[in-house]
Design a binder for this molecule. Sequence first.
Ligand SMILES: [Zn+2]
Length: 217
Amino acid sequence: MRNLTKSDEPEILKQNADIWLDQYLEDKNSSTKKYRYRHKKIKEALKKETGHKCVYCESKIGHNTPGDIEHKIPSSKAVHLHFDWNNMTMACAECNRRKNDYYEDGEAFLDPYIDDVESLLEHHGPIILWRIGQKRAEITVRILELNSFRRSSLICRKMEKIEEVCNLAERLSSEKNRLLKLLLLRQLEQMKDKSSEYSAMVISILKTRGGGCEGTA
Ligand SMILES: [Zn+2]
């Protein structure tokens, strides 16, 4: 997970959120009224804000990893936040399914827009753990199973990323050509960017391995 900043509310939502909510509350069986938050412009704004990634596991939302708009506080617990911009983000289907309608006051999931999630979580290879004593971080990791073999396809993809970043870092440490060195460094910097897949893990690996990665993390 990366710390995120909430972007400006899209005009379409600003103008319609209250109306949409009233209409939905009057007719809760209508899926048209329920899913109006899936408007193209809203989805686009959220994808831009999250780097086209699931905010929880940092997988890119796409063909391999489908995703959708996620309510941080689920509508089943706070229906008045159903069209609330600050309550919306992006999550992949795997994280979304596991979180389901979990929400406990005071024991909520980590919120990457509010909490310093980058300091509350630890990356051990492809596995995510919580900083000792951080209950909400532990709840988040355990419910999403980010520490478990049950997320095997996620773990496999992260292992490929580890291989890639380590190979690049080793190339960087042995490369003599100045231009190539610069290009390799640039590629590593890109992999650490918030918009890149599994960037929190990449940063952690570059920090702990040192060697060719020195000065890059
Ligand atoms: Zn996810």
